[in-house]
Design a protein around this ligand. Structure first.
Ligand code: BYC
Length: 339
């Protein structure tokens, strides 16, 4: 926030009539209104901090849980080229998780605490990753639709009012854009392949279309956080606005792919200048959020296991960091300490 840091504002406000809290709040409101960035050392309302941690944690968890459905296909990728691309993509998702956990740390919430909450089922990750990847075409459908929905949702987050989140999103969106294109290219190859390959691509799109629309969250009138998050400029558009934008983007792309979208009510509305589309099954969405999706249990079990199995890597990294910390006991630095 270019305006003032918390301590500066407190000093200015000390002699004022409204008191330091009101002055801090006013400075925060003014910074948000002026489209300035809020930075970690700036004063911010507790609820703003808590809502950011909630959303960023959900986002970070989605990135690392999102590695599972596609990693499932790395050993079965049909060529060396496809395998190399898929491995790079899955690694990128781990990196995205890392940027986001680091950004959340700037709000005073450590990665360990967030991971504990994920593993205990106390924080969410995106509903989309509770669906199975049944065929190789699912890797293409995830790239095209899931990463496509993610980009539509996340490009506006590059203008989020919280600086570290906004900056993390810039790089994430560039990489997501590559992911989306690889999925599209994969589906195009299948769609133009043998009749069986074409059918496999169509089947994958049929299964991933509706869950992808659910990624944008509940409809606006049922979205608990949207109004406040938009007022704080964490979110720049409502869930329904972004969902509509995504549908409008996908329709011509599906035509170019030679595939259809599984919605008999999908049609161009001349008056609105947008596509109308069918009703989303919000009962299914709520069930997935409650933990009753096809893969919820599998995803969390696998995540907990990976965390336990990776304990030695974290311990080794921490020992290495201690050893190379300037000022540490020379015996520790030289690896001679026994403790
Ligand atoms: N799944 O008031 P609302 C990726 C929850 S990863 C699960 O509208 P908000 C990728 C919501 O958290 C994609 N939960 O909330 C990775 C809230 O619950 P709590 C992830 C959902 O925050 C690997 C409640 O429902 N992207 O791209 O204003 C490979 C009420 O909702 C979902 C992000 O996370 C859902 N779909 O808006 C490939 C982007 N939707 O917290 C791709 C950042 C809603 O009260 N996040 N909920 O317990 C956001 O933009 C927003 O958090 C949302 C929801 C639009 C998702």
């Amino acid at each position: 926030m270019a305006a003032v840091t918390a301590s500066q504002t407190a000093q200015t406000a000390a002699g004022g009539e409204a008191g330091p809290d009101a002055a801090l709040q006013a400075a925060f409101d003014a910074a948000v209104a002026a489209d300035e960035r809020i930075e970690p050392r700036d004063w911010m309302p507790d609820a703003y901090r808590a809502s950011l941690v909630r959303q960023m944690a959900q986002h970070a968890h989605s990135e690392i849980i999102g590695m599972q459905p596609e990693a499932n296909w790395i050993t079965r990728a049909p060529s060396l080229r496809r395998k190399a691309i898929l491995m790079a993509k899955v690694q990128d998702e781990a990196g995205h998780g890392l940027y986001l956990y680091s950004a959340a740390e700037t709000l005073g919430t450590g990665r360990e605490e967030l991971l504990d909450k994920l593993h205990a089922g106390r924080q969410r990750y995106s509903s989309i990753f509770n669906y199975p990847t049944l065929t190789w075409a699912d890797v293409g459908a995830i790239g095209w639709l899931v990463d496509g929905a993610a980009i539509t949702n996340q490009v506006p987050l590059c203008r989020c009012s919280y600086g570290p989140y906004a900056r993390a999103m810039v790089r994430i969106c560039k990489e997501e854009s590559f992911h989306q294109r690889q999925g599209y290219e994969l589906l195009l190859a299948l769609s133009n392949g043998t009749p069986a390959q074409h059918e496999m691509a169509q089947d994958a799109v049929n299964r991933w279309w509706w869950p992808s629309l659910m990624m944008f969250g509940p409809p606006d009138d049922a979205s608990a956080h949207s109004a406040q998050s938009m007022a704080w400029k964490i979110k720049r558009h409502s869930n329904d606005e972004l969902r509509q934008r995504f549908v409008d983007i996908c329709v011509p792309q599906a035509e170019a792919l030679g595939l259809t979208l599984p919605d008999p009510d999908l049609r161009w509305n001349e008056e609105r200048g947008r596509h109308d589309f069918g009703a989303i099954d919000w009962t299914e969405f709520q069930e997935v959020l409650k933990g009753n999706g096809p893969c919820n249990e599998q995803r969390l079990t696998q995540r907990r296991r990976a965390h336990e199995e990776g304990a030695w890597v974290r311990e080794a990294a921490a020992a290495y960091a201690r050893k190379h910390t300037p000022g540490a006991d020379p015996a520790v630095r030289n690896g001679k300490a026994t403790a």
